[in-house]
Design a protein around this ligand. Structure first.
Ligand SMILES: Cc1cc2nc3c(=O)[nH]c(=O)nc-3n(C[C@H](O)[C@H](O)[C@H](O)COP(=O)(O)O)c2cc1C
Length: 309
């Protein structure tokens, strides 16, 4: 029998059931293993690992992090170990875990995205792919496939053909019409949309009059971006049929609830992990407390309940 006052935190993405709506965002949670000492990984809704290209990559030269009021600008440049080392060294260590592991897939070219997926398809431990078509490429002033509905369509179609797993497509906020890009991804066969990746940004050291990042540009994340992320999650969730996973500046359960209320079916927690490695689980608890206080028995009952009239 269910305890009186206990909230059912599970959410259904259609292709994947999560024990709660809180996932760790790619690039802010390592490959999951790094957070084992701080977080009971099995209590998370899911883990999205650092973006993977086919081969290992050193990332960009330092300095590659700059703090700004309420935000973080990074130009890590998708440093990573590549798919082979990930499957051979990391995945076996995640074997006993109940929590779904989602791989953030990257590529310099459309063919590389397909090759990464093709390689990972062989590994049964992976629950889904998050196609990172939105990482601002600092060498190209933030250009990425997600800036164009046409490129989004062709790339998602190719990735979907290659994929034996559900495909979550991660969008960029650096566009004027986010709905048209989300629709292109949906039409090409995406199973879900996640948004937002970082906003193209820069910072200047006035003593040296040089950019504070070696690559001049970086991506802004953290509380500063939340109102923009929330607006985009609302626009997209109310215009497409596939599920939306919202993120951008979520630091508390209250922030996460805003995303659920505007229609996101789940959320990802990113920069907050750097401030507090236990942030994701604290956020789960804060959502639970809110539901208990409001006598809400299922967290799914909150999703898409924004009242605009
Ligand atoms: C240091 C850092 C590294 C990131 N690496 C990735 C990545 O590998 N792939 C990806 O899709 N997003 C990456 N992101 C973007 C986050 O997953 C997230 O979309 C963004 O930071 C907004 O959420 P937040 O404000 O909660 O951090 C990275 C963000 C940061 C701060």
């Amino acid at each position: 029998m269910k305890r009186i006052g206990a909230t059912d935190l599970a959410v259904d993405l259609g292709f994947l059931k999560l024990r709660n709506p809180v996932l760790a965002a790619s690039g802010t949670f390592g490959y999951g293993l790094e957070f084992k000492p701080f977080v009971d990984l099995d209590k998370l809704g899911g883990i999205i690992v650092k973006g993977l290209y086919f081969n290992p990559r050193p990332g960009n030269p330092p300095p590659r992090l700059a703090e700004s009021p309420s935000g973080l600008i990074n130009s890590i440049g998708l440093q990573g170990i590549g798919v082979r080392a990930f499957c051979e060294k990391v995945l076996p260590q995640l074997q006993g875990l109940q929590t779904p592991v989602i791989v953030n897939v990257c590529g310099e070219t459309d063919e590389e995205y397909a090759a990464v997926i093709d390689f990972l398809n062989k590994n049964r431990r992976i629950a889904a792919y998050e196609l990172n078509i939105s990482c601002p490429n600092v060498k190209e002033e933030g250009r990425c496939p997600a800036l164009s509905p046409e490129h989004t369509f062709s790339l998602v179609k190719l990735a979907k053909q290659s994929s034996r797993r559900p495909l979550i497509v991660k969008l960029s906020p650096n566009v004027t019409d986010i709905v048209s890009v989300a629709r292109a991804a949906e039409e090409a066969g995406a199973d879900a949309i996640s948004l937002i990746n970082t906003l193209l940004a820069m910072a200047v050291d006035i003593e040296t009059r040089r950019p504070r990042l070696a690559n001049t540009f970086g991506g802004l994340s953290g509380p500063a971006v939340k109102p923009i992320a929330l607006r985009m999650a609302y626009q997209v969730a109310s215009r497409i049929r596939i599920p939306v996973i919202g993120m951008g500046g979520i630091m508390t359960g209250q922030d996460a609830l805003e995303f659920l209320i505007v229609g996101a079916r789940a959320v990802e927690v990113g920069t907050a992990n750097f401030v507090d490695p236990g942030a994701s689980l604290r956020i789960v608890k804060e959502i639970q407390d809110y539901c208990r206080d409001k006598s809400i028995s299922r967290v799914e009952d909150i999703i898409g309940t924004l009242m605009t009239e």
